[in-house]
Write a protein that binds this ligand. Structure first.
Ligand code: GUN
Length: 282
């Protein structure tokens, strides 16, 4: 059996198409959603992501400003910029691309963003709201995964969900979101003793470890739903996910490809959060 491909690119495109109309309608009401994107240094992957975020804004009509700061920017300079953007009425959302250079304390910067403009959903106040199930800005990648599952008609109630990876950006928040949909959630990580034992019991596997093709077909249950969050650049220049697509797609009921699965959804959810921030601040 060959798995159904969950086409994140197509799902993201249809959501963005609806956003074009939503933003146009907001503009008629005098509301122009605005996003500030901040990048510090020259990390090539971060440059690509930031470029995609700007392009996404332009595509749906969101106003955006880019702050491209040098590698040697001080923490104080960045904190001053956050203070300025917090007060700027044109800016509804602030995104600081991670990672930051080592002279800057990432936590201090993320905590300095006004929680009402935290479209990444990384501020502790917003993470706290996610934990207790209050309305908040959901972190973009896990939010995108939930929308993919919903669009694919996958009911999570009572399902065994195994999350591989425990990062603050993906592993922990996706676990909470799956729990909120009444899945039974197991979180695996680098110290998990027998990973296959867990993944073979899973109806839904979320792979977010950052290790190329680590999850293979023989580690999956027949008919599982597999979401691959990994974006790993191989030595030959090709992109690989955390899942070995070839073997996994023979076992799975549905699977996301890399690229074209989770990636396009992340930026779409950032745009969604920016529109939400603009509505809330209006
Ligand atoms: N770096 C990798 N993923 C992300 C993300 O979702 N948001 C930000 N700000 N930086 C990242």
């Amino acid at each position: 059996m060959s798995a159904k491909i969950i086409d994140g690119k197509a799902i993201a495109a249809s959501i963005r198409q609806k956003m074009v109309d939503e933003v146009a309608q907001l503009k008629k009401e005098g509301i122009v959603p605005g996003l500030a994107v901040v990048i510090v240094g020259k990390d090539p992957a971060s440059k690509v992501y930031v470029g995609q975020k700007e392009k996404g804004c332009a595509q749906v009509g969101i106003y955006s400003e880019k702050y491209d700061l040098p590698e040697d920017t001080s923490e104080e300079e960045l904190l001053n910029l956050m203070a300025r953007l917090n007060k700027d009425d044109k800016i509804n959302g602030i995104l600081v691309q991670l990672p930051l250079p080592k002279q800057i304390d990432e936590k201090k910067v993320l905590y300095a963003i006004d929680s009402a403009k935290d479209v990444d959903g990384f501020h502790p106040e917003n993470i706290g709201k996610l934990v207790i199930g209050e309305d908040t800005f959901l972190p973009c990648t896990p939010h995108g995964i939930m929308v993919l599952l919903e669009h694919s008609g996958i009911d999570l109630k009572g399902k065994e969900a195994v999350v591989v990876g425990r990062s603050n950006i993906v592993g922990k928040p996706i676990s909470l979101m799956l729990l909120s949909k009444s899945a039974t959630v197991t979180i695996c990580h680098s110290k998990t003793k027998d990973l296959s034992f867990h993944t073979r019991r899973a109806d839904v596997v979320i792979a977010a470890v950052g290790r190329p093709e680590m999850i293979k077909g023989d580690m999956l249950k027949e008919g599982a739903v597999v979401i691959d969050v990994g974006v790993n650049r191989l030595e030959n220049g090709k992109l690989a996910g955390d899942v070995e697509f070839e073997s996994a797609s023979k076992k799975a009921f549905a699977i996301t490809p890399v690229p074209g699965g989770v990636g396009p959804m992340t930026i779409t959810m950032l745009l969604k959060n920016t529109i939400k921030a603009a509505r809330m601040q209006a």
